[in-house]
Design a protein around this ligand. Structure first.
Ligand code: HEM
Length: 341
């Protein structure tokens, strides 16, 4: 491993290796990635295997000499296994078995949790996510486990995951591997055991990414979680400065309100969020909010659009980006405005 973190620019080229990764998975029903000697002649290469390991460190030249052909450079690593134990060591064992995989997954989830680009996805993840990831990796690397979770297609459907978000997660995996000291090669050329696992995971991209460039789902068009958060924060700033209604929020926890608004908009616009607040009727019951106050708040939203240059049409006819969100919020009037005696 020559870099602590693969540069983002390099990731697209990794994804170009997708076909290679698919080959690494022997089949859909048997996704095991065996990391054994590729053929009988690797037995001879067993000695070379030691050199193969060196290859990672930039001494690939050794492999070049030892190999009767260029590809033996890669096989050198396989040879190491062959020489040591007849080429039957599973990739799982090479990754350190249960303890090694647990260390990578634990660190991976820690890194993901700190990654604002994608951590919000996991706000409501089930408690078994780590265990399921370990099972999945164990199964895919010949550790003899059976993955008991849902298929990648099923579990990620409806999350509107973009290619950038997938890349962010892949990057986090590499950071986790760096942090726990699992080497991988920069080009995933197979010179490190973990290369095959990373390629196998990258090959799942097509089942996981459902809105590649973020153009299909309204939530992503709005800029996803970061975009909606920006709109909400600017909106609350405008509301706070609006003397017509800011008194209503004098004792409100604005951070909590902001989080709930992001959740609500995210859920309403097709993002992967679960709104955890009260319904609008219950939340505003007894406040006697007038139509004029509601109108003031809608005006504050349009002022926010103007501030952030989010386009919207005069008639909210759906022709501009901001229309649907404004209509969604305006549609809540009936549950929020209350005529009191
Ligand atoms: C190769 C990449 C990925 C792999 C191998 C993977 C694997 C998994 C697995 C095994 C589960 C648990 C399945 C189950 O509950 O039955 C899961 C759940 C989940 N994944 Fe992924 N995933 C990947 C990429 C992503 C990406 C890119 C995101 C979002 C940016 C994501 C978000 C989630 C979330 C939020 C859950 C929890 C769902 C729930 O508990 O309801 N995953 N993933």
């Amino acid at each position: 491993m020559r870099t602590r973190l693969l540069p983002l620019l390099l990731l697209p080229s990794l994804f170009a290796c997708k076909e290679e990764a698919k080959n690494a998975q022997s089949s859909e029903t048997d996704p095991t990635v065996e990391y054994t000697g590729t053929d009988g002649s690797d037995g001879t290469d067993g000695t070379d295997g030691t050199d193969g390991t060196d290859g990672t460190d930039g001494t690939d030249g050794t492999d070049g000499t030892d190999g009767t052909d260029g590809t033996d450079g890669t096989d050198g690593t396989d040879g190491a296994d062959g020489g040591t134990d007849g080429g039957t060591t599973s990739l799982y064992e090479q990754l350190g078995g249960a303890a090694g995989v647990n260390a990578v997954v634990t660190e991976f989830l820690t890194v993901v949790t700190a990654d604002a680009r994608i951590n919000w996805f996991f706000a409501n993840a089930g408690p078994n996510l780590g265990t399921l990831l370990e099972e999945q990796i164990c199964e895919a690397t010949g550790g003899g486990c059976t993955y008991t979770g849902r298929s990648m297609l099923e579990v990620h459907a409806g999350m509107a995951i973009t290619t950038d978000q997938f890349n962010a997660l892949a990057e986090d995996l590499l950071i986790a591997m760096d942090n726990v000291g699992v080497p991988y090669s920069e080009t995933l050329d197979g010179s490190e055991p973990a290369d095959a696992l990373i390629l196998a995971l990258l090959a799942m991209q097509t089942d996981i990414v459902t809105d590649p460039d973020g153009s299909a789902v309204y939530f992503n068009q709005l800029g996803g979680h970061a975009g909606v958060t920006t709109v909400v924060n600017a909106f609350l700033g405008n509301v706070g400065a609006d003397a017509r209604i800011n008194g209503r929020f004098a004792s409100t926890d604005l951070v909590n309100l902001g989080n709930l608004l992001v959740e609500q908009i995210c859920e309403a616009t097709g993002g992967y969020c679960v709104y955890s607040g009260q319904d609008m009727l219950t939340a505003h019951a007894g406040m006697c909010i007038t139509d004029a106050e509601f109108d003031a708040m809608v005006e504050d939203l349009f002022a926010t659009y103007d501030d952030l240059t989010v386009p919207y049409s005069e008639t909210l006819d759906g022709s501009e980006l901001g229309d649907t969100l404004a209509l969604t919020l305006a549609g809540m009037r009936g549950d929020i405005v209350e005529t009191c005696p």
